[in-house]
Design a protein. Structure first.
Length: 183
């Protein structure tokens, strides 16, 4: 179990460090999702691996316990936004790393047009300009639930909260005048 005061790795590194195909896939993911380093990919892959492991464990349970566990686990996965309402455990086994990366705060800030690029969305989050509800979140890798997805916006104490801020006008101009970001 270890000492609770000491931090432990939250990821499992690849077993073959110099696999060219894996390295190229990881580099592509780094660019597409604006990640800082490969450890972020490895951490989310470990999370995905844990979800699959739980799914396989639930599949192997006896029918009485399985029904309750399956319902709870699928409810959790639905709340995280990883599966649809009528999903099955097979859908969880079919999840890809991209499904988890799409639920990150950094990606959703960019998709909601609160930033002009993925790298700018990361910067805004780290500097405390993005909030979920009324509380600022400073972790770009935060997994946003379905409930929180509609509450993403600029932090109330951030200068970006005013629509007249030059950066907000720049974001609107770069997006081709598709409308201002959500407030």
């Amino acid at each position: 179990m270890g000492d609770p005061k000491r931090q432990h790795k939250k990821y499992k590194a690849p077993e073959t460090p110099y696999d060219e195909a894996r390295i190229m896939d990881e580099l592509k993911l780094l660019g597409v999702y604006g990640l800082r380093n490969k450890k972020e990919i490895w951490r989310h892959r470990t999370t995905l691996r844990n979800f699959r492991q739980i799914s396989r464990a639930v599949l192997s349970m006896e029918p009485e316990r399985r029904a309750k566990s399956e319902r709870e686990f699928l409810g959790k996965m639905y709340n995280l936004g990883l599966v649809k309402r009528d999903a099955s455990l097979d859908d969880i086994l079919g999840l890809r790393i991209e499904d988890i990366l799409e639920r990150r705060l950094q990606t959703l800030v960019y998709r909601n047009r609160l930033a002009s690029t993925l790298f700018q969305s990361r910067q805004l989050i780290v500097h405390g300009h993005i909030a979920i509800g009324d509380s600022a979140v400073s972790s770009p890798s935060y997994i946003v639930t379905r409930e929180e997805e509609t509450k993403i916006g600029y932090a109330p104490n951030s200068p970006l909260a005013q629509g007249s801020h030059p950066m907000r006008q720049e974001i609107t101009a770069l997006q081709g005048g598709r409308g201002e970001g959500r407030e």
